[in-house]
Design a protein around this ligand. Structure first.
Ligand code: AMP
Ligand code: ZN
Length: 137
């Protein structure tokens, strides 16, 4: 399997590593939205959010929170986004699950301006019914 993030984990590819423990590694994104844009990934190769086991997700999100604090304290952004892209249509380009921590500034270049839809009569309920029927928590 060809995975650049596994290569970074196995030190076959270089990265600017910020944090590493037994199960998690974090490094700077090579093409940052803003400087300090960070990735946090499990060392085990999971393709996306849906197949990441809950225990590992919990560890990963805790580390993501701590690293977000470190980024805020060291770089003083005005805000930050935690983002995870899942699937090509959603912008995922590396198929090894990762959280992005993106430092944000009020007048930076990162814009997410969707053209918002409206639900037609009754269709909001239909969508909710479909999802509710699939909820199995
Ligand atoms: P995504 O598009 O959500 O899958 O995010 C993948 C991210 O990985 C992109 O923002 C890339 O810039 C970043 N990336 C790809 N290769 C490397 C690398 N060798 N070192 C650091 N970041 C990388
Ligand atoms: Zn991988």
């Amino acid at each position: 399997m060809n995975c650049i993030f596994c290569d970074i984990i196995n030190k076959k590819a270089v990265a600017e590593i910020l944090f590493e423990n037994e199960s998690i590694i974090s490094f700077l994104d090579i093409r940052p939205v803003n400087y300090g844009h960070t990735l946090v990934i499990p060392k085990t190769h999971y393709e996306n959010f849906l197949v990441l086991p809950g225990k590992e997700l919990c560890e990963l999100i805790k580390v993501t929170k701590d690293l977000s604090g470190a980024i805020v304290n060291s770089l003083n952004p005005e805000g930050f986004n935690i983002v995870t892209n899942n699937g090509t249509a959603a912008g995922q380009s590396v198929f090894h699950f990762h959280f992005h921590i993106i430092p944000r500034f009020k007048y930076d270049d990162f814009r997410f301006r969707p053209k918002l839809k409206e639900y037609n009569n009754g269709s909001m309920r239909e969508f909710a019914d479909k999802i509710r029927a699939a909820v199995a928590i």
